[in-house]
Write a protein that binds this ligand. Structure first.
Ligand SMILES: NC(=O)C1=CN([C@@H]2O[C@H](COP(=O)(O)OP(=O)(O)OC[C@H]3O[C@@H](n4cnc5c(N)ncnc54)[C@H](O)[C@@H]3O)[C@@H](O)[C@H]2O)[C@@H](O)CC1
Ligand SMILES: Nc1ncnc2c1ncn2[C@@H]1O[C@H](COP(=O)(O)OP(=O)(O)O)[C@@H](O)[C@H]1O
Ligand SMILES: [K+]
Length: 503
């Protein structure tokens, strides 16, 4: 699913109005109708609704919604914030439609003095500003937002919480953003919803389709996409009857050190559960018996060191190489890593301490093999790319780094972001907080190595890997819950995740 900027959404609205064609007021009616349907199914009447309305079309949506709710016997009070004398034509038309209704109460607010008391059982509809917000809130709208945030009422934001910018909030006044319980986004999610620091404003969000024109949605370019099952499924390569294990490639996993052999086991098992033909896991000597016992399907390559990574096997037979899970950052590992980066010609997955080593030795950035995949979490990302104060800026840095070095850079988190060398950034919706547990990143590395070995190109391996990993975690959480979920559970649910993805 494409994610557009606020400016693009305005263009898509305008295109729809001209080419469907549909009048702006009817499109608004459609939007309000969708929100209305959502509210009556989640909060059936009778309920007390207080609708706060701003000067633009977001306010217009709120006014149309208020009429629909009143008609359905909700106790509706509408508060029109008189922020400016100008009010959009569609909002004005909807205001006219309710002016003489005796099924609702209409108030004009010129100062915070007329702010109503908000009760715990009230539903507050936030229709103050939508995607047309151009600057941080001030004066009356800021005061109203603060009052809404101070209440215990259930807050439903139309399209986007008022005060939140669709993309860049690095210069916003954070006290002037509605903290919604639910955000009902029209047709598309906003980029800002995917950043962790905005979760407290957005609450639970849902996308409500309003029938914007499919032609422009298809042709309008965007750098941001949210992964869907259909899209990920379309990337899968079918297995053919006469395929053999050579068809699915031989991968090399360099993993583990003294005290961290578990990482090698988790990544190996995940790789084998994701379709790889042959797997060799290179580990320090002392891990030999552990590996052979825990993962009999994997071949084992033994380092001369008992406890760390210091060398690697002949690379000619491998279709992909992954390095990182549990390797540590000792000096000899760093040296072996330099040689490896110089010699490798196949795509790599670079994770954990392998990322940290490159972060500590910036000169290594010049050696990064093209087409590789980096899988940092935020801390590793900062060591590799640099620090930033907010997620939007971090995302810009991430896209820039991926382009500059010609690689896929995946930033792991609740909406893992995968930035590709050509500039697109995909966000992964699968996964849950149960996956914030030791070793779940190692599992991801194993899955991606497996996909690369099978011949998937780098960014596609990253996309399928992230989606499948999160899906396995989601399916596991249904049975074991989020608290008890372990990285091994993610591996155990990979079979179900594959079946679910291919359904
Ligand atoms: N026909 C359409 O274009 C549709 C628009 N829709 C709704 O319209 C919204 C976008 O409408 P608009 O573009 O009118 O934008 P808004 O409703 O967000 O309002 C923007 C207006 O507020 C002013 N403004 C912006 N920031 C301000 C600030 N900080 N303080 C004071 N005034 C400020 C702007 O100058 C502009 O007049 C969407 O979020 C959605 O809810 C939906 O009805 C679907 C159809
Ligand atoms: N709240 C969350 N929602 C969805 N996925 C999550 C969440 N927390 C963690 N994950 C996923 O779990 C994995 C954790 O990786 P990482 O931090 O490297 O763990 P480790 O180093 O313990 O292996 C990532 O793929 C991340 O996207
Ligand atoms: K809003």
């Amino acid at each position: 699913m494409k994610i557009f900027t606020a400016r693009q959404i305005a263009e898509i609205d305008a295109y729809t109005i001209e080419h469907e064609p549909i009048s702006s007021i009817d499109l608004m009616e459609r939007a309000a109708g969708q929100i209305f349907k959502w509210i009556i199914s989640h909060f059936p009447a009778p309920q007390s609704c207080k609708v706060f309305v701003g000067p633009g079309n977001n306010g217009g949506d709120g006014l149309a919604l208020a009429r629909m709710l009143a008609d359905k016997n909700y106790a509706v009070e509408v508060f029109v914030l008189r922020i400016t004398d100008k009010i959009s034509d569609e909002a004005e038309a909807n205001l006219e439609r309710i002016r003489n209704l005796n099924t609702l109460d209409l108030y004009e607010m010129t100062s915070i003095e007329s702010m109503p008391w908000l009760f715990k059982d009230d539903i507050v509809v936030d229709a103050i500003f939508g995607s047309g917000l151009s600057r941080p809130l001030e004066e009356l709208s800021l005061d109203v937002v603060k009052a809404i945030n101070a209440s215990d009422a259930k807050v439903i934001a139309i399209d986007i919480p008022s005060g939140l910018m669709g993309e860049d909030n690095s210069k916003n006044n954070l006290r002037g953003i509605v903290r919604a319980d639910y955000t009902l986004s029209l047709q598309f999610p906003k980029l800002a919803f995917l950043f962790p620091e905005n979760a407290e404003y957005v609450g639970e969000w849902e996308v409500l389709p309003i029938g914007l024109h499919p032609e422009i949605i298809q042709t309008e370019p965007t750098a941001y996409k949210l992964l869907t099952r259909e899209f990920v499924k379309s990337l899968l390569m079918p297995r053919k009857k006469f395929d053999h294990k050579g068809t699915y490639g031989h991968g090399l996993l360099i993993s583990g050190s003294y005290g961290k052999m578990g990482a090698a086991i988790l990544a190996s098992r995940a790789s084998l559960r994701s379709g790889i033909g042959l797997l060799t896991t290179h580990i320090p000597r002392l891990g030999y018996q552990i590996m052979q016992t825990a993962v009999p399907e994997a071949m084992v390559s033994i380092d001369r060191s008992d406890i760390i990574f210091t060398e690697y096997p002949d690379l000619s037979q491998f279709k992909a190489v992954a390095i990182g899970p549990g390797i540590d950052k000792k000096q000899n590992s760093f040296k072996a890593m330099i040689d490896l980066l110089k010699e490798v010609k196949v795509p790599m997955v670079i994770d954990a301490d392998a990322i940290n080593i490159i972060g500590e030795h910036p000169e290594l950035k010049e050696e990064l093999p093209m087409g590789s995949i980096f899988t940092p979490h935020v801390k590793e990302f900062e060591r590799l790319v640099g620090k930033s104060g907010d997620s939007y800026t971090r995302n810009c840095m991430q896209r820039e780094f991926a382009k500059k070095h010609g690689l896929s850079l995946m930033l792991k988190g609740a909406y893992t972001a995968i930035c590709c060398p050509e500039g697109t950034c995909y966000f992964n919706p699968t996964g849950n907080p149960g996956m914030a547990t030791a070793g779940s990143g190692d599992v991801l590395t194993g899955i991606i190595l497996s996909l690369l070995s099978q011949g998937y190109s780098s960014h596609i391996a990253a996309i399928i890997g992230a989606y499948l990993h999160g899906l396995a975690g989601d399916l596991a959480s249904v049975d074991v819950g989020v608290e008890a979920l372990t990285a091994s559970d993610i591996i155990d649910y990979l079979p179900k995740a594959w079946l679910h993805l291919k359904k």
